[in-house]
Write a protein that binds this ligand. Structure first.
Ligand SMILES: [Zn+2]
Length: 405
């Protein structure tokens, strides 16, 4: 990853410098707090070069000096950190029932959050309105951030393809929506980046979460829908156009339960929130609503020894174990990360059972080579991952992307 200054020839010095500036900015943001000497080592350049790169980034207003400490040799060392107000990013988790729109600063702190929706069934026509209203509310509260806003990342519930002209189209078959041009979802003149929500969750875990530094990992999203991000060779896998990781529609029972995608026997038809609660209802349970609280009631009843809930939860663990065991065989991960609001709830009490069921259903070798962890960021991982898309655009071109006020 680190570009080496030694590779420079007179023809590409400016390219190398641009890459080194990007690499230096990435290092400072990921470290949170660092020094010129550490940056030099990470970017593979001399301390003198690192000092120049830092000078550029300070001039752009993207990093700032942050305190001095005396080193062992007695010479003071100046710390560097991202300038929180140097740039801002919006990440939006576009769910089926509403949109959670979050504003982040350059330290990737969440500055503010706006939720719109809460309908029982979100239609594609209303999502654009909800996004616009949420953006307007955030802009009104943080006008200064809007002058340095790099763009908005949208995490969407479906397959997101980018065509040769850079146009992005959402295909949300499970929700019964027609293909949507992503640019039509936001009225403000912002740079828009879009990706599937399970993939943005994986991006966040890879950036600074439970998959940070890993080369091979699976990041599972269990919510109303079921999704997956496959990290292979340290990168998020997309496949030919982007559907890689659509594990929610892998058939685990031929001719089984009807799935929202129109198929039968998909993983989502057993492990999506609605599927779990219908299974409980069919067995005689009485969930309160269809959300977080209802899933919690099922798990509480299981722990209290309620026979119906115990049987339903045993079935969920066994089904999740076989669906994950197959994935472990296919991808040989070092770690399986479970997120999404249903996944996090399950992991609170069932982590060890899920891990054991997955090992039992995988081949012995790959089944003994992974660990299983909950998502590091709780419920807001998807929006954070979406905000990483405009952040990456800034890192790729710090001068072009940093707006000047
Ligand atoms: Zn399906």
């Amino acid at each position: 990853m680190s570009p080496r200054a030694a590779a420079a020839s007179p023809a590409n010095v400016s390219d190398v410098r641009r890459r080194n500036v990007s690499e230096a900015l990435r290092s400072v943001i990921r470290a949170g707090r660092t020094t010129r000497a550490t940056l030099a080592a990470e970017c593979g350049v001399s301390v003198a070069s690192a000092t120049n790169l830092v000078g550029d980034l300070i001039a752009e207003g993207l990093i700032v000096e942050a305190g001095v400490a005396s080193s062992r040799g007695g010479r003071p060392v100046t710390f560097l950190q991202p300038n929180p107000a140097g740039a801002y990013f919006v990440g939006a988790d576009v769910g089926e029932r509403g949109v959670a729109v979050e504003l982040f600063d350059l330290q990737m702190n969440r500055v503010d959050r706006e939720f719109r929706g809460g309908r029982t069934e979100e239609q594609i026509e209303t999502i654009g309105d909800d996004l616009d209203a949420a953006l307007e509310a955030l802009q009104t509260r943080h006008p200064e951030a809007w002058t340095r806003l790099v763009g908005i990342g949208l995490a969407l519930p479906g397959i997101v393809e980018t065509d040769a002209d850079g146009r992005q189209i959402l295909y949300a078959q499970s929700l019964g929506w027609p293909p949507v041009d992503v640019a039509d979802l936001v009225s403000q003149p912002l740079r828009i980046f879009a990706e599937n929500g399970a993939k943005t969750q994986a991006m966040a875990e890879l950036w600074d979460g439970a998959a940070r530094g890993l080369s091979e990992a699976l990041v599972v999203l269990l919510g109303r829908g079921v999704g997956l991000g496959i990290i292979s060779d340290g990168e998020l896998a997309h496949g030919l156009t982007s559907s890689a990781g659509e594990w929610g529609h892998l058939k685990i029972e031929r001719g089984g339960r009807l799935c929202r995608c129109g198929g039968r026997g998909c993983v989502e038809a057993y492990l999506g929130a609605d599927a779990i609660l219908s299974a409980w209802r069919e067995a005689g349970g009485r969930p309160d609503g269809s959300g977080w609280r209802a899933i919690g009631e099922l798990l509480d009843a299981d722990r209290a020894g309620d026979a119906v809930a115990v049987a339903v939860v045993d079935e969920i663990v066994a089904t999740l174990g076989s669906a994950l065991g197959g994935l472990v065989n296919l991808t040989n991960p070092e770690r399986v990360v479970i997120g999404g609001w249903v996944g996090l709830r399950l992991m609170e009490t069932l982590q060890h059972r899920i891990e054991a069921a997955t090992r039992a259903e995988a081949l012995r070798r790959p089944g003994g080579q992974f660990d299983l962890r909950p998502s590091a960021f709780g419920g807001d991982t998807v929006a954070l991952g979406a905000a990483l898309m405009p952040l990456e655009a800034l890192i790729a071109d710090p001068r072009a992307s940093s707006p000047r006020s």
